[in-house]
Design a protein around this ligand. Structure first.
Ligand code: PGA
Length: 252
């Protein structure tokens, strides 16, 4: 059975003491809920707070992920953080290909593919994001866009390696806008992604890969979205910044 995952993407928010407060609140709430075994909570704070998050997670309550990683192994790349560094600090996973990285920092599908390779090489789980912008959806091009992001970002992997990847479908028009995809739109795209995976790797492999939804997911719409057969959880931005909201989604 594939994992059901709720990952919080804090983006560039919180200072040290605010991060400490949020992690503390989250821990208190996680200690008091009994989650099904297949549910995995992930927290992705900014780099300076990864160690703090790891200390809180204490190898049991949640996994800790970074929001970005270098596509290079090591060397003279000022400001970059390598997958090996993350692995050596016991970080579990990392977001790649987020639409904000694609649009503000020029992250192409080729760069995403190289980052995925770095992460897998050092045993970190990539959470690979894909999704179309509004103009692409309005032109009914969303399937083509997502297809090339998946093919160019992931399809160089072996079947064994792609099983170590989590995919997040995040329609860009829904990120931080308050405008969520309908449960039907989410299921339609998630099913399409799983079909692409099945055509390339076979349905047994496709069935093992968790596909998360992201984009204005909140406690009030999470249940409806997650009720779909191909929606295996969520990548949560704004609503991951308050413990009550995030836990409202986790328990949905
Ligand atoms: P949002 O962001 O939940 O604030 O829409 C989701 C994301 O960008 O991962």
């Amino acid at each position: 059975m594939r994992k059901h995952i709720i990952a919080g993407n804090w983006k560039m928010n919180k200072n040290f003491s605010e991060a400490d407060d949020l992690l503390n609140d989250l821990m208190e709430q996680l200690e008091n809920v009994k989650l099904p075994r297949e549910t995995q909570v992930i927290v992705c704070p900014p780099f300076p707070f990864l160690e703090m998050a790891s200390d809180y997670a204490n190898d049991s309550y949640f996994l800790v992920g970074a929001q970005n990683v270098s596509d290079k192994e090591s060397g003279a790349y000022t400001g970059e953080v390598s997958a090996e560094m993350l692995a050596s600090c016991e970080i579990d996973c990392c977001i790649v290909g987020h639409s904000e990285r694609r649009s503000y920092y020029g992250e192409t599908n080729a760069i995403v593919a190289a980052k995925v390779d770095q992460l897998l090489k050092h045993d970190l789980m990539p959470i690979m994001c894909c999704g179309e912008v509004l103009a692409e959806r309005e032109a009914n091009r969303q399937f083509d866009v997502v297809k090339s992001q998946i093919e160019e970002g992931l399809f160089h992997l072996s079947a064994d390696d792609i099983k170590r990847v989590v995919i997040a479908y995040e329609p860009v028009w829904a990120i931080g806008t308050g405008r969520t995809a309908t449960p039907e739109q989410a299921q339609e795209m998630h099913h399409y992604i799983r079909t692409l995976l099945a055509e390339k790797y076979g349905s047994a492999v496709a069935d093992e890969i968790s596909i998360l939804y992201g984009g204005s997911c909140k406690p009030s719409n999470a249940k409806e979205l997650f009720a779909n057969p191909d929606v295996d959880g969520g990548l949560i931005g704004g609503a991951s910044l308050k413990a009550d909201d995030f836990m409202g989604i986790v328990t949905a």
